[in-house]
Design a protein around this ligand. Structure first.
Ligand SMILES: [Zn+2]
Length: 1019
């Protein structure tokens, strides 16, 4: 809610006058001083035609000039000092130059207001509201003396310490007395029921509610009385003689001197008496009693927000959440390039998106400024300084410098730099922690870390921190004034977390871990795209699209959106059934029928958000679209018929959290279970994942043992394997049916081309299945497709056939997925892989989604079977890998089994952990050559020789072409691998090579090579 400000900002030396409100003119208290003009207005109404007729008389003191705006009035006559002025019909203003004597200006005018044409003015039988340009508006402060003739059944309010009513000819004449000069005046009348009470030292508290809302009056009066008492105690006596709560036919929320004007739709909202009413009451002191100096910017809204809204939230234990909300809002709307400085804030209207960044500075940053000021000087001095400020500046205009003077003189502190850094800089501090480590010193932990300020010029800050140990929370305040400040804190026990600014006491940039995705963040984003699944959706979301147009959203059909667009923009999907939104978020679980707005992080760019919108029909869109601007701080909104049913903010970290030391978890051996007991437990699950580190043989032995044990208990078992592509299922089936030998199976399934790891790791698992006629299900997607997605950063480059092989529903924002995959990406990036992270993330998700989809397809076809899934540890993570993606598709019981490798996260990511002893296969027999496929049909090229290997001793040379091993022809590298699989370390093999002969032609040689085993991947 706002306070109403005059539209002119010319500073006038204010002289306090005690007015005689009779017919005699007021006079200056001291001769020779300038006194303010006095403006007499007398008016009457024609309600049916929405017309007012009025006469203004302005007594202008000697030496004062005047500019009067007339543009919105029908002026019939202007008489200046007894002289008829030129016909002023189409003049927008008149200027009256100063004279050494007093002057008198008389103006007759009328104004017609068509109902519904203005948000501020109304003249109707339902009520009268006059706020905007309804009389000749001056550029000076004036004393007003207003008299109005209104219908007998109406009551009227204006800025007044006293309101005097007479019956005149079946109507009422109302006169208002107010002893303070004003830039502008407002007039409200209507068929009010008036309730009067008193407060403080015999002051009047009055409510003006329409008969239909009369039941609200008692609560409003009781609450207002509490607020008035609260602020009298805090800031000194209420500045006027009366305070009125006035209901308005128009939807306003204004604080005028001596009254607050609240729209009918506003007063009916249940939370207004707990929030906005107090804010408007406080404006009696701040903004009206002490007015904002037009020369120094607006301190009023920040201070009022802090002492009202923030303070009410703090009273209810929600102070931290409230302040965090202010930082979120600031960060959502204010971008560094906007160059918005708090001292420049003057005022901005409500409701328009363009004004949001300015409001985020003028209300939210400003409120945080006062919070930091309070923490700096302490609560008692803070209140004492405010009282001093109000006392010094009451009924005057005041600016930031007056506030600074009061705070400096009461606190005795030099606050120049403090005010300057917060009022004059366009950015806010961005803090980070670097090099956090815990070392031991004298047997106790010492926490060492640096607080970094990422800004160019560091701020001077008092940074609150909490250090959490197993036994306590240590609160400290750290002084920071450099770009990097090192701290060493001795502790009694091991710290597990360091939290910077846990109470949101600093105006600062939030870290991504603290920032919830919100509707505001979408509206405030610099680059936005609205994605429509089809042309039909353009019609359904028409009213929403019209609203989005105000915030510069590019509207595209899903086919027009590129991978680059997705990664660079904030997105809004109007309809969740399109392929594009399904490729990022699968199908979100939105209740049907109403209107859902669901804000997530853009999984391809966490600095951006993605909004998923679903609506039952056009009507639901139309009923809701206009209301959304009130819900900017939320992440998830559910409406039905335009009524809000649910609103949530996604939970994020409270404070900037740095994880420190995790003491290791353990198992009490007396509660550990033997293998058979765990198998008995596993029998309760339909899908059992057994994760592996691909080269750890003990993991494969565990897989085989579990498969065999489960099979013995229940033979309805299938084995799903990451190691084979779905395209190779028919080859697998032939091998399992005994219709292919192992060599042909390996060759035709492309095992060594796609998977590459030593086949002996999996051989006995597959042979167990073959022996017992168990199905083995190839789970994976063709590697080539995944590689393309990885290298090109998305699925754009796939042709139609390739694209049809992808699962349509891919969820990239499983909790913690991005972070986990990010860590893996950093490792791969170190190995010089191509492609960006967005492609890597999508490729990983494609694997997990494809495997999940294949598992589910099988279980749907064979609901009585159990499946053991064999895949890498990363794919079986129960939080965010395959298991939740299976659960999304099918309700099924699942368990994750791994061998412990001593990682602390194991107990979170798996259900059963084994402690298998390490095991090794016998070394793979190797020739000691590096190979490359040739372009020719036959043979593979030797590109290098291992100096330790046997091939070099046997006489194989670089550039030899290997044609056969033990008479088995070799055409591709995988042929070599397959042949070598059947050799023992002790064997010797005969290698047929083709070698270039000098000077022309080639010759073929048979070379016998003894086998050398090695750990490397040389053949
Ligand atoms: Zn306000």
């Amino acid at each position: 809610m706002t306070q109403k400000y005059a539209k002119c900002f010319c500073y006038v030396a204010v002289v306090m006058l005690l007015l005689n409100m009779g017919l005699t003119k007021p006079e200056a208290a001291e001769a020779g001083h300038l006194s303010a003009p006095v403006h007499y207005i007398s008016m009457e109404f024609e309600l049916q035609s929405g017309r007012l007729r009025a006469n203004s008389r302005i007594d202008l003191p000697a030496g004062v000039n005047l500019h009067l705006g007339l543009s919105s009035l029908n002026v019939s006559q202007i008489i200046i000092n007894g002289q008829q002025a030129e016909q002023a019909g189409d003049k927008n203003y008149i200027d009256i130059p100063a004279l050494p004597k007093e002057q008198e200006i008389l103006i007759s005018y009328s104004k017609e207001i068509e109902t519904g044409s203005s948000p501020y003015n109304l003249i109707s039988e339902a009520g009268i509201t006059l706020i905007d340009s309804w009389y000749p508006v001056a550029d000076h402060e004036m004393f007003f003396k207003l008299t109005a003739h209104i219908p007998a059944e109406f009551e009227a309010v204006s800025e007044a310490d006293e309101i005097i009513t007479f019956p005149v000819n079946g109507r009422k004449q109302v006169t208002f007395r107010f002893p303070h000069p004003l830039f502008s005046i407002n007039f409200i009348a209507g068929p009010y029921i008036v309730n009067r009470e008193s407060f403080g030292e015999d002051k009047a508290l009055v409510s003006y509610f329409f008969p239909e809302d009369q039941h609200l009056a008692a609560d409003y009066l009781a609450k207002a009385k509490k607020y008035l008492a609260r602020y009298e105690e805090m800031l000194g006596p209420y500045p006027y003689n009366r305070f009125a709560i006035v209901e308005n036919r128009l939807p306003t929320g204004f604080a005028m001197p001596t009254f607050t004007l609240l729209g009918q739709s506003v007063v009916r909202l249940p939370f207004i008496i707990d929030t906005s009413l107090g804010h408007e009451v406080l404006h009696a002191w701040l903004g009206n009693g002490v007015r904002m100096s037009p020369l120094e910017g607006n301190w009023v809204e920040g201070l009022t927000t802090y002492l009202a809204d923030q303070s009410f939230a703090a009273d209810e234990g929600r102070g931290i959440a409230y302040r965090k909300g202010q930082l979120v809002k600031y960060q959502s709307f204010v971008r560094p390039d906007m160059d918005l400085v708090l001292r420049d804030f003057s005022n901005v209207g409500h409701g328009n998106i363009a004004g949001q960044p300015i409001r985020a500075v003028g209300y939210n940053k400003s409120s945080m400024f006062f919070h930091m000021l309070r923490n700096k000087v302490g609560p008692e001095i803070f209140t004492a300084s405010l009282r001093d400020f109000v006392k010094r500046t009451k009924f005057k205009t005041a600016g930031w410098s007056d506030l600074q003077n009061s705070f400096a003189s009461i606190s005795g502190m030099d606050l120049e730099d403090f005010f300057a850094q917060w009022l004059d800089r366009a950015y806010v501090p961005e803090l980070a922690v670097q090099n956090a480590e815990v070392i031991n010193k004298d047997g106790y932990p010492l926490l060492r870390f640096s607080i970094i300020q990422k800004n160019d010029a560091p701020y001077v800050l008092e940074v609150p921190v909490i250090i959490k140990t197993a036994s306590e929370e240590l609160h400290k305040t750290l002084s920071v004034s450099e770009s990097s400040t090192l701290f060493e804190i001795p502790l009694a026990s091991v710290p597990h977390a360091l939290v910077i600014d846990p109470g949101y006491d600093l105006m600062r940039q939030l870290a991504p871990s603290e920032l919830p995705p919100t509707w505001s963040q979408f509206l405030g984003a610099a680059n936005k795209i609205a994605v429509l699944p089809s042309e039909e959706h353009r019609g359904r979301y028409k009213s929403f699209l019209e609203i989005l147009a105000a915030s510069e959203v590019r509207v595209l059909l899903q086919d027009e959106v590129s991978d680059k667009d997705l990664a660079e923009n904030s997105l809004i999907f109007l309809g969740i059934e399109g392929n594009l939104s399904r490729s990022l978020f699968a199908r979100p679980d939105h209740p049907a029928g109403g209107f859902i707005l669901d804000v997530r992080r853009n999984p391809l760019n966490p600095d951006q958000v993605a909004v998923l919108v679903s609506a039952g029909d056009t009507e639901q869109v139309d009923m809701t679209a206009g209301k959304l601007r009130h819900y900017g701080k939320y992440s998830y909104l559910s409406f039905k018929d335009g009524r809000n049913l649910e609103k949530n903010i996604t939970a994020t970290d409270s404070g900037l959290r740095i994880k420190l030391v995790s003491l290791p978890p353990g198992i009490e051996t007396s509660s550990s279970k033997n293998f058979g007991d765990i198998i008995a437990n596993l029998l309760q699950y339909q899908v059992i994942y057994i994760g592996e580190s691909h080269t750890n043989y003990e993991d494969h032995l565990l897989q085989l043992e579990i498969i065999r044990a489960l099979y013995e208990q229940d033979p309805r078992l299938a084995i799903g394997m990451e190691m084979f592509n779905r395209q190779s299922q028919s080859v697998l089936d032939l091998y399992l049916a005994g219709e292919l030998d192992e060599k042909s199976f390996l060759k035709e399934s492309d095992y060594f081309k796609t998977w590459r790891f030593d086949y002996r790791l999996y051989r006995e698992i597959i042979n167990f299945a073959r022996h017992n006629h168990l199905p083995v299900i190839a789970l994976n997607l063709e590697k080539n497709i995944v590689n393309q997605v990885f290298k090109n950063g998305g699925a754009d480059s796939l042709d139609e056939e390739e694209a049809s092989l992808l699962p349509a529903d891919r969820k990239l924002d499983e909790p913690g997925y991005r972070e986990r995959i990010g860590a893996a990406f950093m490792m791969h990036a170190g190995q010089g892989q191509n492609g960006d992270f967005s492609g890597f993330l999508q490729a990983q998700a494609l694997w997990d989604e494809t495997m999940a989809e294949t598992i589910v397809e099988y279980l749907k076809a064979y609901p009585d079977e159990r499946m053991v899934v064999i895949a890498g540890r990363g794919h079986v993570d129960k939080i965010n890998a395959i298991p939740p993606r299976v659960a999304r598709r099918l309700q099924v019981s699942q368990a994750v089994v791994i061998n412990s490798v001593g990682s602390p996260s194991e107990s979170d990511t798996a259900d059963f952990i084994f402690f298998s002893p390490a095991a090794m296969l016998s070394p793979f027999p190797l020739l000691g050559v590096m190979l490359e496929d040739t372009e020719d049909e036959e043979g593979v090229l030797v590109t290098a020789l291992n100096s330790q290997g046997k091939a070099i001793d046997a006489g194989i040379k670089e550039k030899d072409i290997i044609l056969a091993i033990d008479s088995q022809p070799v055409n591709e590298i995988e042929d070599v691998k397959i042949e070598m699989l059947y050799k023992e370390k002790s064997d010797a093999v005969t290698v047929r090579v083709k070698r270039r002969a000098f000077p022309f032609g080639t010759r073929e040689l048979d070379i016998e090579v003894g086998l050398k085993s090695a750990e490397s991947h040389h053949m």
